[in-house]
Design a protein around this ligand. Structure first.
Ligand SMILES: Cc1ncc(COP(=O)(O)O)c(C=O)c1O
Length: 406
């Protein structure tokens, strides 16, 4: 299964799409009624901002409503809910290519990344490599390690430039303990060369930590060499904010102590604190207390929906739409932010010389939701991120409102 989602196959998919004229029909969502049920957001305007805070799916809402109905009746927890928690670990494990018991159910992304920073057994002088142009959640936890005598080593690259093994290798020393990267950059959508970076790090016994939020649910995110991965559900997973997944491979459990402890991850019979602490097994190791059960229900329902629609179908459809957005934008004189070869679900357009004028207002008037994001050199990017729920017609409508850059 993992190979099916490998980047080799992905590139073939892109080639095939090119030959077919750049469009693929969306995978069978059923009729219009079914599309509306699965993706209620499609009933009001055009939503093209899944790299920001995405709408939850219809099934996520149904699952959360069902949980709420039980909760008001005094049953926030129960056998059915615990079965749901187990199923969530399982479906997340299939998306991540890991065992279900290597998945902790914790959001936000920053919490998972922070637990890695706080839980590893750092020695003074150890080094951690990070990308200072990454989203803050994957920057500050590593910078803060100076307080523990660790040397944070920033990568050197220009804004919008791809991360390749050649970007990382000059920074590696005998002291490098961990490299932390995003599976896709939140502004450019570019994916680092993980098929090379992963094995190179593994060969050197350097740990790899990933922020997976910008690919999980849309692009392949099962990297065998990743020791840790964190992702909140509120983007491509179409889940609610504050629910997420945190993968810690079994092979590194003994290297990472849980920095947060409580009744859920330390064996506490009858809720009594014990004189000796024994950790629970599996994903519970890193979950200190009560779980975000409604959020987990919503996240599971959306992951199962995406899996049911077909992960490769979802990816092919999104890449098709993203390709159409880039081609259409270029044809209208816009410049794409970031150059790279890999698959990209996110497209950002650079600010034209004369600025964006009243385009934000025009998008609002046309009920088209996009993201406006400042990049590190100060200009404003227009970021567009379609998902399986979007259609070719919606992309064409966006391009019409985008107009020409001049
Ligand atoms: C790359 C990346 N990481 C993390 C996040 C969100 O972090 P958190 O879940 O900690 O709020 C975002 C949101 O924009 C992001 O783009």
């Amino acid at each position: 299964m993992a190979a099916l989602f490998g980047f080799g196959v992905l590139e073939c998919g892109v080639e095939r799409l090119k030959k077919e004229g750049g469009t693929t029909p969306s995978p069978s969502l059923g009729g219009a009624g079914e599309r509306a049920r699965l993706f209620p957001v499609t009933q009001k305007g055009i939503f093209l901002a899944h790299a920001a805070v995405a709408p939850i799916s219809g099934p996520a809402r149904e699952a959360m409503d069902a949980w709420t109905a039980n909760a008001v009746a005094g049953r926030q927890e129960g056998e059915e809910v615990w079965r749901g928690v187990r199923k969530t670990r399982e479906v997340a494990g299939r998306f991540l290519g890991c065992d279900w018991d290597e998945v902790s159910l914790l959001g936000p992304t920053a919490l998972g990344l922070g637990l890695v920073a706080l839980g590893l057994d750092w020695k003074p002088g150890d080094e951690v490599i990070y990308d200072p142009l990454d989203y803050p959640a994957n920057v500050y936890p590593w910078m803060d390690l100076v307080r523990r005598g660790v040397r944070p080593v920033p990568l050197e690259r220009k804004a919008g430039e791809e991360i390749r093994w050649a970007t990382i290798s000059p920074k590696i020393t005998a002291k490098t303990k961990l490299v932390s990267l995003a599976t896709a950059h939140y502004l450019s959508g570019l994916t680092p060369e993980l098929s090379v970076i992963g094995p190179e790090l593994r060969a050197r016994k350097i740990l790899l930590c990933l922020d997976g939020i910008q690919t999980l649910g849309v692009l392949p995110t099962e990297w065998a060499e990743a020791d840790f991965l964190a992702a909140d559900a509120h983007k491509w997973m179409l889940g609610p904010v504050g629910a997420g997944v945190f993968m810690v491979r079994r092979r590194v459990w003994d290297q990472m102590a849980p920095p947060l402890l409580g009744s859920w991850n330390v064996v506490s019979p009858d809720f009594l604190a014990q004189p000796k602490m024994v950790l629970e097994e599996g994903g519970r190791r890193y979950e200190p207390g009560s779980l975000n059960l409604p959020g987990i229900e919503g996240m599971r329902a959306s992951l199962e929906l995406l899996e049911g629609l077909g992960r490769s179908e979802v990816m092919a459809h999104v890449l098709d739409l993203a390709g159409r957005i880039r081609e259409g934008g270029r044809a209208r004189g816009f410049v794409i932010y970031g150059k790279g070869e890999g698959a990209r679900a996110i497209t950002s357009f650079q600010e034209p010389k004369g600025g964006w004028g009243d385009l934000a207002k025009k998008m609002e008037a046309a009920e088209i939701r996009v993201s406006w994001r400042r990049e590190h050199e100060g200009t404003m990017l227009l970021r567009v991120s379609p998902h399986i729920s979007n259609t070719v017609e919606e992309v064409d409508e966006f391009l019409k409102v985008l107009g020409r850059a001049d």
